[in-house]
Design a binder for this molecule. Structure first.
Ligand code: NAP
Length: 316
């Protein structure tokens, strides 16, 4: 028979770890499943400077490590495992069954989905072939390899701007290619980008191909206003064009928006009673570490009350 937990949390980024902290402090028997390293996207973020309490910023992996330690300290059980499916319950006081990709199963009265989102790709010629050979989706991971070289960054959001600034510490030159005439990212990051002499900005431009013999040598771009095409010689191309939610395995049983983000109410309740969602996988205005943490706390509180209600021990 599989073990039965009060709450199972699927995904160990800041949302899931905060949910784990709150659920464990509420003395719920809680397990968190994480298929890779706990911390989610902050593990590949150099410095986080907008999480309150760290006036000089904090390294992403360090913050992830502290979050994991804090939740574990209060009794959160963390298992390296990937959820492959969710079997619904027939009666409210029965558990959900989570099928793991290694064939195991576990049961939980309530489920919190905090599976985050994955990086988008451009789908242009050369991108797939040269991934890992100059094409990258993670500046923190691969940036130092490009010391003294020219690189390009595609995108105009916070990630593109932050990572262009990070890359400028190593690279000889960073060219940001963005499809519009202004950036989407935070104004403070824009100011830093425009003030950095190593960064050149190509607005109104789209990437049309990445070329090179066995490694990235050039990025083909096109001006969307004039249709003029040109090639920029670069050793690295960082594709930083946003994310897609990791909601695939839940889509059949839980309502999502047209982009696949899980629909939730203010209490993080999904369309399925007993299942909650938090962090980047849910539909929301602002995807930040601090909002992920807030979501996680709310999801855990809602799950706690759901579990106590079906056990008949709710404090009213
Ligand atoms: P994002 O905010 O969705 O921005 C994606 C950027 O890529 C946009 O500028 C978009 O252009 C562009 N783009 C999308 N698809 C494209 C395509 N096919 N071809 C060319 N360009 C394309 O994604 P993000 O920057 O990764 O950020 C994701 C979330 O994390 C955001 O909520 C962001 O605020 C948050 N974040 C926060 C921080 C921070 O606070 N320090 C750091 C990183 C990320 P358009 O503008 O034209 O749509």
């Amino acid at each position: 028979m599989p073990e039965t937990y009060d709450i199972a949390i699927i995904g160990g980024g800041p949302a899931g770890l905060t949910a784990g902290l709150y659920a464990s402090r509420a003395r719920m028997r809680t397990i968190l499943l994480e298929k890779a390293i706990c911390g989610g996207q902050i593990v590949t973020t150099d410095t986080i400077e907008n999480f309150p309490g760290f006036p000089d910023g904090i390294k992403g992996p360090e913050l992830a490590d502290w979050m994991l330690k804090q939740a574990s300290h209060f009794g959160l059980e963390v298992r390296p495992a990937e959820a492959g499916g969710l079997i619904l319950k027939d009666k409210e006081n029965e558990p959900f069954v989570i099928e793991l990709t290694d064939g195991a199963r576990l049961e939980a009265l309530s489920v919190i989905i905090s599976t985050g989102a994955a990086w988008n790709s451009l789908g242009i010629p050369g991108e797939k072939e040269l991934t890992g050979r100059g094409v990258s989706y993670c500046a923190t991971c691969d940036g130092p390899i490009f010391k003294g070289k020219d690189v390009a960054v595609i995108g105009g959001g916070d990630t593109a701007l932050e990572d262009a600034l990070f890359l400028a510490k190593f690279a000889a030159k960073v060219t940001i290619v963005h499809r519009r005439d202004r950036f989407r990212g935070a104004k403070i990051l824009q100011e830093r980008v425009f003030a950095n002499s190593k960064i050149e900005v190509c607005f109104n431009s789209v990437a049309t191909g990445i070329t090179g013999a066995g490694k990235c040598e050039a990025l083909e771009i096109k001006d969307v206003k004039t249709d003029a095409a040109r090639s920029i010689k670069v050793s690295g191309v960082f594709v930083l064009i946003g994310m897609i939610p990791n909601s695939g395995i839940f889509k059949a049983v839980i309502k999502t928006d047209s982009k696949g983000y899980i629909l939730c109410d203010d209490d993080m309740k999904t369309s399925l009673d007993g299942v909650f969602a938090c962090g980047d996988v849910r539909n929301k205005l602002l995807r930040q570490v601090v909002t992920a943490a807030g979501d996680g706390a709310t999801a855990a509180f809602s799950a706690q009350h759901y579990v106590e209600r079906i056990k008949g021990v709710e404090y009213k």
